[in-house]
Write a protein that binds this ligand. Structure first.
Ligand code: CA2
Length: 166
């Protein structure tokens, strides 16, 4: 059975209680419940954690090696600041999907840069809680596909490789 780790970064525990105009009304519990339901349908084992501490997230990423096949992460504000989280994601050497509830490219300038996107399999931004479900489907599809064997994602188009004729 595939095992996937889901990490939520700082302040996401406040979802649904403030800033609803940006992040919506769903709580983190709601998001986690819909992820768990989908994981049952997909036959995937999920562990879900949230932390407000950068070091704790780094430790959890390091510990993922050998226990999980992939990580879904919303690094929240650390997206834009944390070389430590990026380095840990590189070191753990497994596919990463980055999720943001809001569209970080339509907001303040400082949110447009992600330290994580360059080391991620993919990023989903702006689709609200559904983004996590799409991330889980995408990650599981990637993990169970022969496509992985075609080489590092950075060296090809993951999707294009499948559709290319020659
Ligand atoms: O859109 C996202 O998912 C973000 O990762 C959310 C982060 C933000 O710093 C990123 O730029 C984009 C902030 C999460 C804080 O969530 C709150 C929820 C309710 C009240 C206050 C903060």
């Amino acid at each position: 059975m595939l095992r996937v780790l889901v990490l939520h970064g700082p302040n996401l525990n406040l979802l649904g209680s403030r800033e609803e105009s940006i992040y919506g009304t769903a709580t983190l519990r709601d998001i986690d419940a819909s992820l768990r339901k989908l994981s049952t349908d997909l036959g995937v084992a999920l562990d879900i954690r949230q932390s407000n501490l950068e070091g704790e997230l780094v430790t959890w990423i390091q510990e993922a090696r050998g226990k999980y096949q992939g990580i879904i992460i919303n690094p929240a504000a650390y997206t834009h600041t944390s070389v430590a989280i990026r380095d840990a994601l590189v070191a753990v050497d497994m596919p990463i999907v980055e999720v943001h509830l809001s569209n970080i490219y339509r907001r303040e300038e400082f949110r447009r840069h992600s330290f994580v996107s360059g080391v991620a399999l993919g990023q989903i931004s702006g689709l609200g809680p559904d983004g996590y479900l799409l991330a889980l489907r995408g990650l599981c599809g990637h993990l169970s596909s022969d496509e992985r064997k075609a080489g590092p994602i950075g060296n090809r188009s993951a999707w294009g490789a499948k559709t290319r004729k020659s």
